[in-house]
Design a protein around this ligand. Structure first.
Ligand SMILES: Cc1ncc(COP(=O)(O)O)c(C=O)c1O
Length: 375
């Protein structure tokens, strides 16, 4: 069989399982972007970026270690670190690139990494690249984590990696408990704050701030393409940790530096998040309202009332059919299917954001209820 025939067969297999993926542009009311605070289209961010393009041009022209370095990267990295409460940070073009890079940089042969079974694909792929022993633990199972960290023999370093707010379930990890266990067992804690940076804590820097566990965290990953409204990701940690990344992290070293103008947009995003607490308050209100509305209408709502709300349907085909009908009604909600989530747990992933209102959400739930009855 030639390669094109094999690819065709594989695509047919995917389609027969109801798992075919297609690219489709935004349409209708936004219930699926990660632009939680509405910063992606904010005038201040747009202007900051336009001015920076005029100053810096478009492309960075080389990697950061060569001619791609710019003062604006260092400035935004220091600003991010001050906000996050760490000594330093390093900006990557994407969270995926950051997660691939950190594992390969810090994990050595004699180490062991403990990872939540539901961690994001970018963390999983990063871990796959590491040569050390890997142990999965049940999602949020503190007792299992305790046992594993206490009893696993390890000649090198132990690491625990978790998301703080899980991207597909919207639930919040028991970070305080993990921090304490890690402290007692000399385990290095890595936290992916992709969906919490910008939203939690007094300053809005994330759940590490909210739980007050900064001192117990080895490093955090903070994507900048979600609540921060731009793109890329900051790894936040100590000066030495960042210096080591600059020297060892292959996905940082061997890649063209990001577009310089994103740094100026991110400076603005951090300033707005810090100073405009109202935005976070409004989002929080929508989270409570929508979760309550789901319960009142007979749907299961997650225990943590966050901005990510999975509505579990189960079968992939049924989930896609419901999503299509909702889209036809003007609601841009997407079906999430395996392998992104476990078999039998296909879902609509609703993400709340500041373009929404109570009225829109009410109308959405009414339509959802009708459609679920008819599919
Ligand atoms: C938990 C988590 N980590 C990392 C990433 C990757 O970030 P990026 O989209 O910037 O590559 C994502 C989302 O895409 C995510 O949800």
């Amino acid at each position: 069989m030639d390669l094109q025939s094999r690819i065709k067969n594989r695509l047919n297999e995917i389609e027969s399982k109801g798992l075919k993926r297609q690219l489709s542009s935004p349409k209708g009311i936004d219930l699926s972007s990660n632009d939680y605070l509405g910063l992606a289209k904010d005038e201040c961010l747009k202007n900051a970026m336009i001015e920076a393009v005029k100053r810096e041009g478009v492309g960075s022209t080389a990697s950061r270690l060569l001619r791609g370095e710019r003062d604006c990267f260092r400035e935004v990295e220091q600003k991010f670190a001050d906000w996050k409460g760490t000594e330093n940070s390093l900006y990557f073009s994407s969270g995926y690139q950051a997660n691939i890079g950190i594992m390969q940089t810090f994990l050595e042969k004699d180490d062991v990494i403990f990872s939540d079974e539901l961690n994001h694909a970018s963390l999983i792929d990063g871990i796959r690249l590491a040569k050390c022993r890997k142990e999965l633990f049940k999602h949020f199972d503190v007792e299992e984590v305790k046992k594993l960290l206490n009893e696993t023999e390890c000649k090198g370093q132990k690491f625990l990696v978790t998301e703080s707010l899980f991207s597909m379930d919207g639930d919040i990890a028991p970070l305080k408990e993990y921090a304490e266990i890690c402290r007692r067992t000399n385990t290095n804690l890595i936290i992916d704050e992709a969906h919490s940076v910008g939203l939690y804590g007094k300053k809005g820097s994330g759940l590490i701030e909210e739980f007050g566990i900064g001192k117990d965290v080895f490093l955090s990953i903070n994507t900048a393409g979600k609540a921060l409204g731009v793109s890329g990701a900051f790894i936040a940690g100590s000066n030495q940790t960042i210096e080591y990344l600059i020297n060892k992290c292959r996905s940082f070293i061997f890649s063209t530096a990001p577009i310089p103008a994103v740094a100026d947009a991110l400076m603005m995003a951090i300033e707005i998040i810090e100073s405009e607490k109202k935005r976070r308050g409004e989002l929080n209100h929508l989270c409570k309202y929508f979760n309550q509305l789901l319960v009142e209408n007979g749907f299961d709502a997650p225990t943590d009332k966050t901005q990510i709300v999975p509505i579990i349907i189960g079968e992939s085909e049924k989930t896609v059919a419901i999503a299509n009908k909702l889209q036809a009604e003007g609601f841009d909600v997407r079906a999430i299917r395996p392998p992104t989530v476990a078999e039998g747990t296909s879902r609509l992933r609703v993400t709340l954001n500041l373009s929404l209102s109570e009225e829109i959400l009410k109308e959405f739930v009414e339509k959802l209820k009708d459609i679920c009855k008819s599919v």
